[in-house]
Ligand binder design. Sequence first.
Ligand SMILES: Cc1ncc(COP(=O)(O)O)c(C=O)c1O
Length: 401
Amino acid sequence: MRTGITHLYVPGPTNVPERVRQAMNVPMQEMRAHADGAMTTTQPLVDGLKRVFQQRRGRMFVVPGSPTAAWEAAVTNTLDPGDKVLTARHGEFSRRWVELAAKHGLEVEVVDAPWGDAVPVQELARRLEADREGRIKAVFVTHNETATGVTSPVPAMREVLDELDHSALLFVDGTSSIGAIDFRMEAWGVDLAVCGSQQGFMMPAGLAMLAAGDRAMAASQRTRGRPAHFDFAEMARLNDDGALPYAPPTTLFRGLEAALDLLFAEGLDQVFARHRRLAEGVRRGVRAWGLETVARDPRFQSNTVTAVRVPPEVDAREVVRIADDRYRTSFGAGLGPLDGKAFRIAHLGDLNEVMCLSALAAAEIALKEAGCRIQLGAGVGAAQSWFQANGTAEDMLRAVA
Ligand SMILES: Cc1ncc(COP(=O)(O)O)c(C=O)c1O
């Protein structure tokens, strides 16, 4: 018999706030019937999501599914088999996009970079420059590589495209960044961005969001094929009436409505500042253990997930297992080549300082029991000192402003 709560530090699903859970506890409703109290249009959700993505023009689609579904919709609506795309592979999720694109018959030019590095923008620039015939139709960027805890500079990619006057579309995977780390669809010249409900939006898995700018929408009108399920044209046509081309997941929509309310009540800048502050506390804890993060360059360390490299004599799978079995605490496992070599502490969504301290406390004891020579309490102490000496997230925001 296990007592107390389970502590969740995986990068999706994240903790669902009580208000969001309660909002989803509603009887089933027919959106089109205008029943009493029913949510009869998706428009407020679309408007709210656009605010979070910092997008005014173009389309916001919210669909039942996960980021993979949104990515598949992106690729099948805007590109044709045989089209060439350029991307970096520097972690498990960027690797999966390569696979997905190849499955849809795209010619993928891949730039491999060490897992733990950011997108190698200069190398992508070189490839774009060499593309004299303009065969590259899109560049894919994983904003926050959830497998390694690395946030890449999307604006730098846009600068390269503009400097070279290259017409390739810029597609961004914002799954573990949007809603927690600043993301600016329009200011950064992003043509298409995807994410899911189970990370920054503090919801269960089940919804995918896809923002398509004007250029991506125009590309979708030129493609030869049309997906049956997530057809941009069909979704746009029905969305104009606040409807969807399929059964609307009304419970999830209720949750999303509440989650957006929470994000706006806190204020987006405040949400981003809180994530910066919490992430720094966790990183200081990791450093105090004498361990390293997988992210190599401090400029690109993620404010939503920290991947911790364990010493060679320690099996990171054991750390995750012990934390779960003995301490009711869930951490993310090391993925792909990081399996056994790293574990991940997610610090995003509905989270505060003490929850981060609990994560460090559980990780310390699990590391120690897995054979890692660390000083118990060192990480917790370092994070406490950081939180204590650096005011609140509100203070931090004021300092930046
Ligand atoms: C950056 C990134 N992209 C895509 C995905 C895929 O999400 P899903 O497997 O839920 O479709 C994830 C999952 O965590 C992710 O972190």
